[in-house]
Design a protein around this ligand. Structure first.
Ligand code: NI
Length: 168
């Protein structure tokens, strides 16, 4: 297992659309192990393959307090969204130090493959629903700040670019 480097907004590679996984094989299982290790080390509650510059449709999530309930979603698809749109404060490992509210459907049903390549469905609400929508956005090349106003986006972009320059 390896801790991978997480791409930071506004890196253009975060806007690449990920391709579906054709076969759940050992390469994908190793990718999932690396993603889980990278997410736990960060620490974060979710990570999309896009964020480590692998453009395949794979997401790992752990929203448990105990940090031992890893959930893996390969080729995840939202098949149902419902409920009053709900506002939640979001952050992202690719946008360090930035938190802002995003409105999303309260409940989603996601269809995906597991590590054995078998299909399953997951009905999610609360934090898991937010996290799934946030991570699936990543696979579609969308970072959560793109749900914010253009003004906020440009402020966040400048702030992160400055941090990068100061760190260099
Ligand atoms: Ni994110």
């Amino acid at each position: 297992m390896t801790i991978k480097t997480i791409l930071r907004y506004p890196d253009p590679r975060l806007h690449q659309v990920a391709a579906p996984v054709a076969e759940v094989n050992d390469v994908i299982r190793e990718l999932v192990r690396d993603m889980a290790e990278t997410m736990y080390a960060a620490p974060g509650i979710g990570l999309a393959a896009t964020q480590i510059d692998v453009h395949q449709r794979v997401v790992v999530i752990d929203v448990s307090e105990s940090r031992d309930q890893l959930q893996v979603f390969i080729n995840p698809e939202i098949v149902l969204s419902e409920g009053e749109p709900t506002v939640h404060e979001e952050g992202c490992l690719s946008v360090p130090g930035i938190f802002d509210t995003v409105e999303r459907p309260a409940r989603v049903r996601v269809r995906a493959l597991n590590l054995d390549g078998q299909g399953f469905e997951c009905d999610a609400e609360g934090l898991l629903a937010v996290c799934l929508q946030h991570e699936i956005d990543h696979l579609n090349g969308k970072v959560f700040v793109q749900h914010l106003s253009r003004l906020k986006q440009s402020r966040i972009r400048s702030k992160l670019l400055k941090q990068e320059r100061d760190a260099a």
